[in-house]
Design a protein around this ligand. Sequence first.
Ligand code: HEC
Length: 371
Amino acid sequence: MIADSLSTLPVAHGAPSPSPRRSRTSWVRRFAFALPLSLMGCLHVAEDAAPPEPQQASPRTLVAAPLSSEIDALEIAKTRPIPQVDSMEWADLHNVFWLGDRILSGGEPLSTEALDRLQEMGIRTILSVDGKVPDWQAAEARGMRYVHIPIEYSGIEDEPLAQIAKTFRETEGPIYVHCFHGKHRGPAAAAIGRMVLDGVPREEALAEMYQWCGTASKYQGLFEEIAFADIPSEAATAALEFDFPKEHKFEGVRAAMIPLTRRWDNIKDGRKRDWQVDPNHPDIVLEQEALKVAEIMQECLDMEDYHHEMPHSEQVLTWFREGQQGAANLARVLAQKDQYEQEGKDWKPLALEAYQAIAASCKECHLDYRD
Ligand code: HEC
């Protein structure tokens, strides 16, 4: 597309700067001239959600220059006009979108059938940016390669950013990019792919995150990364030493968060169904899920050091304690609900209160130390 190719100017790079967000003012000076051109990219037409015909990778796609730091990245993501597209949904694969014909974005493949489906859709490489170690053996058995580059909700550091750009440029596509729900971190990584593989304007990559994939406005750092980050050139990623690891194992709090969030999702679903058993998952027992959440929160309480920017402060311990107590209370209420009902007592407000205590602990701690 002519307008797009005009908007993609080469970006010169040396070693990545330690913090892309701190060096934004220099981009303004270096790239102010590029802005009117990047605004011309508005003629781009979005691709259909159906699996596309495989295409040859175009050589040497140039990355659009960063936007001016005066611009509100989230506002662009919300208002840049792009066609409305619905996600593809399956019980074991959620929020799936084709972004161009070489990048598929979505949630974690929750079964081997979901991997079969990705294979049928032509996927050759799967990039996970979630913290959980992926089932790369099952993917390899289906002829697909897994690359695991976990990122955070607060933004993408220079090192994973360069590794993600390299993965898009140097592994075989089409590539499926996922986090857990396929809404926030995965789409941000996919947006890097859109810029390095397809040369889309930054505005368009931002709009796809927000308007299609549903990236939440509270993850401002992810939007800012796509708007302002210096994306390493092809030469820089070619020179980067990186062996596309299949797995990256965490310890401590981050490792604990991975089962915690999956148990918590089951509890959230249970609450939406008014605490009834999910007919599709009769194996999930909500009381057990709550006990597990309490157990993981207790493990976090017992850790000596959080190995993160999060201090071992009284406030942090209080959040874990409140989460632990909320979960233990929820388990107790759910265990006794028959008894409550026999006595004619309404146990649901008690369950809701315990549920809200857990929700508050996740939310408040993440606001300060994660997002
Ligand atoms: C007291 C603080 C605290 C509480 C409570 C807490 N978290 Fe976290 N969580 C964190 C921190 C810190 C990180 C980032 C860890 C890192 O990047 O090393 C994190 C990361 C995560 C992640 C990202 C994991 C990944 O894939 O990298 C998820 C998901 C998550 N938390 C879910 C939850 C849920 C769900 C709850 C509540 C049931 C919860 N957390 C409660 C502090 C907390």
